[in-house]
Ligand binder design. Structure first.
Ligand SMILES: Nc1ncnc2c1ncn2[C@@H]1O[C@H](COP(=O)(O)OP(=O)(O)O)[C@@H](O)[C@H]1O
Ligand SMILES: Nc1ccn([C@@H]2O[C@H](COP(=O)(O)O)[C@@H](O)[C@H]2O)c(=O)n1
Length: 255
């Protein structure tokens, strides 16, 4: 039984295939914040990671390891982290395929201070909905075609720069000169060449990011509908029918 057609592809109710949502947008546009709001509204934040119905993964976990020379350049803001070549496209594709197959995957956590993977592995347990966010998640056609729904967070460039500077200094251990150099030489031109053109692939564009509560509520409702349909289609007993947080009589509880 199919519980809906998403981007032309049926999702079978009985399959373990998660509903895969891509979330793209420029640096500091609010991609992580939008994903966090969606998780909050679906009551997922306080749920044990192994039990979550909805999970978020960042494309940053898939940066390629740098050579020693590249590491020296990166420390001076002279490495292009915004070019598609900076990412391990094959690993992203394989990981998403495993996730779509309902497998548990381990992905590296990323450490911006050392510009490399940290020792910590993030275990992503099978979930019903997976959000995959990053600047270039719609850039590679084979990866782009895996998403059932594509969102683009569209925030004004000045706002993004004004957010990125303090974030990079306070949270990513950078100095002002390095941040501005990297932005002018790599981040801004790469956004225009590689990220912005992918907006045309989006199903939903979210102007102003997390400030756009109307857009976020619509997306949350769409996810609730998907989860309700799947739960309805797979449950055989009325005892499976429970309430969604804030979602009326929908037949599933998310936390
Ligand atoms: N709507 C907003 N209003 C104010 N600050 C925001 C908003 N959205 C995001 N931020 C801040 O901007 C920075 C970048 O946001 P983030 O969600 O991490 O963007 P991205 O994931 O696109 O890089 C963070 O410091 C975050 O707290
Ligand atoms: N070692 C790194 C890795 C990435 N960046 C920058 O991060 C940006 C992507 O993350 P967002 O949360 O901003 O989407 C990207 O623009 C890279 O320039 C970095 O500075 N250092």
């Amino acid at each position: 039984m199919s519980i809906g057609k998403f981007n032309g592809r049926h999702l079978a109710a009985e399959s373990k295939t998660p509903f895969l949502i891509g979330v793209a947008g420029g640096t500091a546009s609010g991609k992580s914040t939008v994903c966090a709001r969606i998780m909050e509204k679906l009551g997922q934040v306080d749920v044990d990671t192994a039990e979550r119905k909805v999970v978020t993964i960042s494309q940053d976990s898939f940066y390629r390891e740098l050579t020693p020379t590249e590491k020296v350049r990166a420390l001076k803001g002279q490495y292009n982290f915004d070019h598609p070549d900076a990412f391990n496209e094959t690993l992203i594709y394989q990981t998403l395929q495993d996730i779509l197959a309902g497998k548990k995957v381990d992905i590296p956590a990323y450490d911006y201070r050392s510009n490399s993977k940290s020792d910590q592995l993030l275990t992503i347990y099978p979930a019903d909905v997976v959000l995959f966010e990053g600047i270039l998640v719609f850039y590679f056609p084979e990866i782009r075609n895996l998403f059932h729904m594509k969102l683009f967070v569209d925030t004004d460039s000045d706002t993004r720069l004004a957010r990125r500077v303090p974030r990079d200094i306070n949270e990513r251990g950078r100095d002002l000169e390095q941040v501005l150099n990297q932005y002018m030489h790599f981040v801004k031109p790469a956004f225009e060449e590689f990220c912005l053109p992918t907006k045309k692939h989006a199903d939903v564009i979210i102007p102003r990011g997390a400030d756009n509560t109307v857009a976020i509520d619509l997306i949350v409702q769409h996810i609730r509908d998907f989860l309700s349909n799947r739960a309805q289609a797979t449950s055989t007993s009325p005892s499976h029918h429970r309430k969604l947080p804030g979602g009326g009589d929908a037949p599933l509880r998310l936390h």
